[in-house]
Design a binder for this molecule. Sequence first.
Ligand SMILES: O=c1ccn([C@@H]2O[C@H](COP(=O)(O)O)[C@@H](O)[C@H]2O)c(=O)[nH]1
Length: 268
Amino acid sequence: MSTYNQRLKALTAERGNLCVGIDPHASLLSAWGLPLTAAGLERYCRTIIDALGETVAVFKPQSAFFEVYGSAGIAVLETVIAEIRAAGALSIIDAKRGDIGSTMSAYAEAYLAPDSPLAGDAVTLSPYLGFESLMPAFERAIAFDRGVYVLARTSNPEGGSVQLALGREGSVVQEIIDAAKELNSRARTRAIGLVVGGTHGTLACDVSEFNASILVPGIGAQGGRLEDLPELFGPAFDKVLPMVGRGILQAGPDSEALRAKAKSYAAV
Ligand SMILES: O=c1ccn([C@@H]2O[C@H](COP(=O)(O)O)[C@@H](O)[C@H]2O)c(=O)[nH]1
């Protein structure tokens, strides 16, 4: 089996460099005329995958919006992951997990083990219990040819209060970026990616020598613009995977409108 990074490169070369967020906001379900139930949730997700599944490279289902519906919502998330795979696209499960190592092992099994119904191609992780606490997920991602995206410089304005604080050798976020880069080098992998928001005027951290995929949320509804990313990311721009949720989903439920909106983001 190819690695996550190889699959990502091949598919974005073929389909364009775009990750579409599957964020089933209650307001969007209502705007699409769907009930706020697990059945409405399933219909919403299927509409997106039917419209975009064979043309978009990567989808990012946001776990929180599925958890709202309890076990029925989690069952829909499992179906969505399988449907994305069946459409030939990749999935990043946005669960932002992070915990002490022993609990992290269980999260890693849930989101990265080959036989888990909740495992996509990659999962988002929070390093704020300590980068090293994520090691069980790093090990499984490498072993199972999957990927992880570690929150570094998030898109929200509040993130700076923690991420830009001074750590032992520089800012906290820079320590995370450097630790991820170092681990990729040491393990001869590209499985450890970063999340860096596209909403900032300047990043206030250095990703110029980062060596794996950088997921960039915040484009569209949060004010980030695709056309600003080359300057924002400089030499790391070729690692950037831009991600758009509401900016595309608001065009639904019409399939043509969803396709046209996704194309407009992929074309920039
Ligand atoms: O720093 C971050 C990390 C994750 N997100 C997630 O991305 C999407 C953004 O959706 P939009 O509708 O395009 O705003 C959402 O699931 C967030 O939880 C982020 O925005 N910023």
